[in-house]
Design a protein around this ligand. Structure first.
Ligand code: PLP
Length: 430
């Protein structure tokens, strides 16, 4: 189908990027389980290798099953192109790679997925990159943190795990003024709940491992490009604006225009970093995306019910769900994610660290796992697991203190989830 803007989200989540298989008529997108593709002749091969013609060469770069997923996610996010890769963390490195260089920095929100804080505060230093962490509610501090060496601004739309919503339009304005791209991790919200590109984001990254796949089967990641950033407006982004020696001096931005970032991600990023998504993973994620809107509606509905119930529970200190009127970020929900604040939140219980550990052990429907965005309800005590590598200060800043439990609300019966939490809270305080 031609996916024009006339189709709604529910139609696009099933059809965008896909067409009946030209060889067999197969209606569902086949898993193209192949490493390589036969060239028509030597000239065809040469044209492909010179990026003069678009086509399949080798599955480290492109694969037809993965290509359908890329087009699907790009369409749902309102971007011009997307590159899928092996995990959400791979997507983050792939998003930064064309922008950064030794001595360059990314200005990042303090409210990020724990693994991202570790990746940004430790691992990227090995590349000579660095991150400056700032409270993104303090817009003046964000603007002040951007210096001549800043090459990107990074935040999450609905932040994992603290029930925090970023004012994406405000942050996009700051990044714009400074001439640097804004990268938004839209994993927790998904394009059904939040559309960062419409709010001014340059790039959107995903851990497709989570809600997009939706049932905890495969890891994957994706970078979507809005196609709106002018990479040649300054000399800050030579990977995209200057001649590329590996392709006979080709300039990505000049040659591919709004698709420059996407082409670079495939032709340089996947080619040389090799963080490729495999076609099996793309298949599972395509299956998941077909029901994304239906699942997200139920995730939100259940999360609202459970959060309200927890908020009134005597053993609970507070609940950080942005969909609650008590949340400081309640007003931002309407602006940033008008269909709801997602299915992920934290709550603090009386009795601190020990009570949290007892609660996690006592839950029966909720699975104790380091994951989120599954059809199943999941629980984790961040301070003893995902946020364990962080300092106490970083844990507090990320909303993952010792008395805090994170839950990812599934699409089961809300009453069953409430009953499970009720019995576990009783055991936690016994
Ligand atoms: C899980 C997650 C990541 C990392 O993704 P992986 O697929 O686990 O590598 C990044 N950001 C957010 C918000 C996540 O939830």
């Amino acid at each position: 189908m031609s996916d024009g803007p006339t189709y709604g989200f529910d139609t696009l989540q099933i059809h965008a990027g896909a067409r009946p298989d030209p060889a067999t008529g197969a209606r569902q997108t086949p898993i193209y389980q192949t490493t390589a593709y036969v060239f028509r002749d030597a000239d065809h091969a040469a044209a492909l290798f010179n990026l003069q013609e678009v086509g399949y060469i080798y599955s480290r770069l492109t694969n037809p099953t993965v290509a359908v997923l890329q087009e699907r996610i790009a369409t749902l996010e309102g971007g011009v192109g997307a590159v899928c890769c092996s995990s959400g963390h791979a997507a983050q490195i792939m998003a930064l790679f064309p922008l950064m260089g030794p001595g360059k920095n990314v200005v990042a929100s303090t409210r990020l997925y724990g693994g991202t804080v570790t990746q940004f505060s430790q691992t990227i230093k090995r590349f000579g990159w660095s991150a400056k962490f700032v409270d993104f509610d303090d817009e003046a501090a964000v603007a002040a943190a951007i210096d001549d060496d800043t090459r990107a601004v990074f935040c999450e739309s609905v932040a994992n795990p603290g029930g925090y919503i970023t004012d994406i339009a405000a942050i996009a304005g700051i990044a714009d003024n400074a001439g640097v791209p804004l990268i938004v991790d839209n994993t927790s919200a998904t394009p059904y709940l939040c559309r960062p590109i419409e709010l001014g984001a340059t790039l959107v990254v995903h851990s497709t491992t989570k809600y997009l796949t939706g049932n905890g089967t495969v890891t994957g990641g994706c970078i979507v490009d809005s196609g709106k950033f002018d990479w040649s407006a300054s000399d800050k982004f030579p990977s995209l604006s200057a001649p590329e020696p590996a392709y006979h001096g080709l300039k990505f931005h000049e040659t591919f225009g709004p698709l420059a970032f996407t082409f670079h991600g495939i032709a340089i990023g996947l080619r040389d970093l090799g963080m490729t998504m495999n076609p099996q993973a793309a298949h599972y994620t395509l299956m998941g995306i077909e029901t994304l809107s239906l699942r997200m509606q139920r995730h939100v509905e259940n999360a609202e019910k459970v959060a309200k119930w927890l908020e009134n529970h005597p053993r609970v200190d507070y609940v950080t769900y942005a969909g609650l009127e008590s949340s400081k970020y309640y007003d931002r929900v309407a602006k940033v994610c008008p269909k709801g604040a997602g299915g992920l939140f934290t709550f603090a219980i009386k009795g601190g660290y020990d009570a949290c550990v007892k609660l996690v052990n006592a839950l029966e429907i909720f699975s104790h796992v380091a994951n989120l965005g599954d059809t199943r309800s999941l629980v984790i005590h961040s301070a003893s697991t995902t946020h364990r590598q962080l300092t106490a200060e970083q844990q507090e800043a990320a909303g993952a203190g010792p008395n805090v439990v994170r839950i990812s609300i599934g699409i089961e019966d809300a009453d069953d989830l409430i009953a499970d939490l009720d019995q576990a809270l009783a055991k936690a305080s016994a």
